[in-house]
Design a protein around this ligand. Structure first.
Ligand SMILES: *[C@@H]1O[C@H](CO)[C@@H](O)[C@H](O)[C@H]1NC(C)=O
Ligand SMILES: *[C@@H]1O[C@H](CO)[C@@H](O)[C@H](O)[C@H]1NC(C)=O
Ligand SMILES: *[C@@H]1O[C@H](CO)[C@@H](O)[C@H](O)[C@H]1NC(C)=O
Ligand SMILES: *[C@@H]1O[C@H](CO)[C@@H](O)[C@H](O)[C@H]1NC(C)=O
Ligand SMILES: *[C@@H]1O[C@H](CO)[C@@H](O)[C@H](O)[C@H]1NC(C)=O
Ligand SMILES: *[C@@H]1O[C@H](CO)[C@@H](O)[C@H](O)[C@H]1NC(C)=O
Ligand SMILES: *[C@@H]1O[C@H](CO)[C@@H](O)[C@H](O)[C@H]1NC(C)=O
Ligand SMILES: *[C@@H]1O[C@H](CO)[C@@H](O)[C@H](O)[C@H]1NC(C)=O
Length: 377
């Protein structure tokens, strides 16, 4: 090509790419920004801290630090039935101590006797671990809150009750003399305590189902004692009080939530943001539906202006199974589930850390990974 035609060609390329850029994603309203930001006059999303991408539909994840979170999979004890699981855990919730600002608690599921994730039913217990080194940990075992079989804990502070509410699944059960897996129906119970160390009230049955995700409807303007509870398949229940015994089904998603459908999810985590919009982060099981494997597209996000309104689920991943570490390394996990967020406590609810239950390839152990989000963390 002649020199001038090369320049002209390059100019054309620049013009084409500018034209493509201006035809790039444009928003018309906040829904187009996943309710995680605002839509500016020029049609671009301005994402809230912690969220990124054109439509603010991705978590702005930062490198994690190895051996933070709660990873005690290398522990073994003489009374363990297996050396494979160690003190395996599976996700968890970070709670900042109310009296002692520099103390963080992690409430998580831990499997007894080294039996690991595959022995979750009946070997799961609910434990509390502590960190003096910030919300990312590392956390150290502190206390068993509920013995076998108790699993899937979520903890919220209820301002109306001035108590912590702990939703979980399971019943008190003896464990067998070897690692095994039981098939039981799941059901959700609630306990409460004024301190995360307990004493906790005995679990009271709330509803059949699994994956409880509570959020108090309380706000300073409307100090209600109503509790909102999302469960598997993103069904949403409400109760006038945490302990009133009648959790009513308030919302079922309009799409096909069946196993193997493209909207197949589990492990919801529900919250209401600073603008009053509702969100759910969940484990999206699209790869199982499409390829029969558990990776890599695993984080889903749903949002709605009203709890019982029109929810949107855009079928795109909020995060995947790749985690970058501060040592420059990267781990692609086999499983990354049970998402939970830890928010800033300045009233803005900025997501600061993402907590997941993770399992590496070719390992039967599992642990709790905590990854920083955005600049705030
Ligand atoms: C977790 O612990 C296992 C050893 O049991 C180790 O191989 C793995 O690298 C650790 N992962 C992280 C992220 O710390
Ligand atoms: C488990 O790993 C941690 C972190 O590397 C280490 O401090 C600890 O000594 C290990 N424990 C065992 C039993 O190998
Ligand atoms: C492992 O779990 C047991 C409870 O089953 C606890 O007593 C022990 O302190 C834990 N060890 C570590 C290193 O987390
Ligand atoms: C609750 O779950 C347990 C264990 O999964 C089961 O044994 C029990 O029958 C269930 N209870 C109800 C009322 O469904
Ligand atoms: C809960 O499950 C149990 C056992 O499967 C069943 O007997 C009961 O009718 C269910 N209750 C509700 C409210 O669905
Ligand atoms: C829902 O999805 C499942 C799995 O793909 C499919 O078998 C079922 O027919 C769908 N149901 C409806 C009502 O479309
Ligand atoms: C996860 O997504 C990132 C891009 O956001 C990509 O670089 C990475 O390869 C993906 N991980 C897997 C396992 O596909
Ligand atoms: C897991 O093990 C299989 C063989 O058992 C091997 O082919 C595969 O590469 C391993 N995967 C990883 C990520 O190590």
């Amino acid at each position: 090509m002649h020199k001038y035609s090369i320049i002209a060609f390059k100019r054309t390329l620049v013009i084409i790419s500018l034209a493509l850029a201006s035809r790039a994603y444009r928003c018309a309203n906040e829904d187009d920004c996943s309710l995680n930001g605002i839509c500016t006059a020029c049609g671009r999303c301005q994402c809230d801290p912690g969220w990124t991408s054109d439509d603010c539909g991705k978590l702005d994840l930062q490198p994690a630090t190895r051996w933070t979170g709660y990873n005690h999979t290398n522990v073994t004890r003489p009374d363990y039935y297996s050396a494979k699981g160690g003190n395996s855990s599976w996700g968890g919730q970070i709670v900042r101590d109310q009296q002692d600002n520099s103390l963080f608690h992690l409430i998580t599921s831990q499997f007894a006797r080294g039996c690991g994730l595959s022995g979750w039913r009946p070997f799961s217990t609910v434990i509390r671990a502590e960190s003096r080194t910030g919300p990312a940990g590392p956390y150290h075992y502190a206390q068993e809150l509920f013995g076998t079989f108790h699993h899937n804990p979520t903890v919220v502070w209820s301002p109306a009750d001035e108590r912590y509410l702990l939703y979980s699944i399971g019943i008190d059960a003896e464990t067998p003399t070897h690692c095994a897996s039981y098939k039981w129906s799941n059901n959700i119970s609630v306990s409460s305590a004024s301190d995360v160390r307990g004493p906790w009230t005995s679990p009271q049955l709330v509803t059949n189902g699994t994956n409880p995700a509570p959020w108090p409807a309380w706000s300073e303007e409307a100090p209600t004692s109503q509790i909102v509870l999302a469960v598997e398949d993103n069904k949403i229940f409400t109760a006038n009080r945490w302990d009133d015994g009648t959790y009513q089904l308030a919302q079922t998603m309009s799409w096909n939530t069946s196993d193997y459908s493209d909207h197949w999810t589990e492990d919801p985590f529900l919250w209401r943001d600073k603008r009053g919009n509702w969100h759910i982060l969940c484990h999206w099981m699209i790869d199982i539906a499409v390829h029969g494997v558990k990776y890599p597209r695993v984080g889903g996000h749903l949002f709605s202006r009203d709890l019982t309104g029109d929810w949107t689920f855009k079928l795109q991943e909020v995060y995947n199974t790749t985690v970058h570490f501060t040592d420059g390394g990267r781990t692609d996990y086999y499983r990354r589930e049970r998402p939970k967020l830890f928010f800033s406590d300045d009233g803005l609810l900025t997501p600061m850390f993402l907590v997941n239950g993770v399992q590496e390839f070719n390992s039967s152990a599992s642990y709790t990974l905590i990854q920083p989000i955005g600049d705030g963390a």
